[in-house]
Design a protein around this ligand. Structure first.
Ligand code: 5GP
Length: 114
């Protein structure tokens, strides 16, 4: 279990967010500091800190998050493609310790990332 984070507060509606999708298992909202024309975070409602904490018990949930990303990308009109990113731990650049998938699109994205 992760500590409570800013994303926990968004799930509980204690702070506002531009929510684009919600179901029983996950929530998706626009990043407050977008790095592309479309920058959405898809998070589980269950507070898993990151992939280091994920186990086989989370297999179906992790699959659900990816298929949710796909559905939101279609909803956002990203037919040309998009990027998904999961920053994990300090070396991975993670700043919020509640698992999240970044969905970035609407511009050409270079590789490798910084
Ligand atoms: P990380 O660096 O952990 O992969 O990504 C955390 C992301 O959360 C960052 O892109 C950051 O802009 C976003 N973020 C941090 N605080 C908030 C917030 O209060 N609201 C929203 N919508 N996004 C946030």
């Amino acid at each position: 279990m992760s500590e409570d984070t800013i994303f926990g507060k968004i799930i509980r509606r204690e702070i506002p967010a531009d929510i684009v999708y919600e179901d029983d298992l996950c929530l998706a909202f626009r990043d407050v500091a977008p790095q592309a024309p479309v920058h959405i975070l898809v998070i589980p409602k269950q507070p898993i800190a990151n992939l280091l904490e994920a186990t086989a018990e989370h297999q179906a949930l992790l699959g659900h998050l990816l298929l949710t990303v796909k559905a939101i990308a279609a909803q956002e009109g990203l037919a040309e493609g998009y990027r998904t990113v999961i920053n994990t731990g300090p070396a991975g650049g993670q700043t919020v310790y509640h698992l999240h998938i970044h969905l970035l699109g609407g511009r050409s994205l270079a590789w490798p990332p910084g």
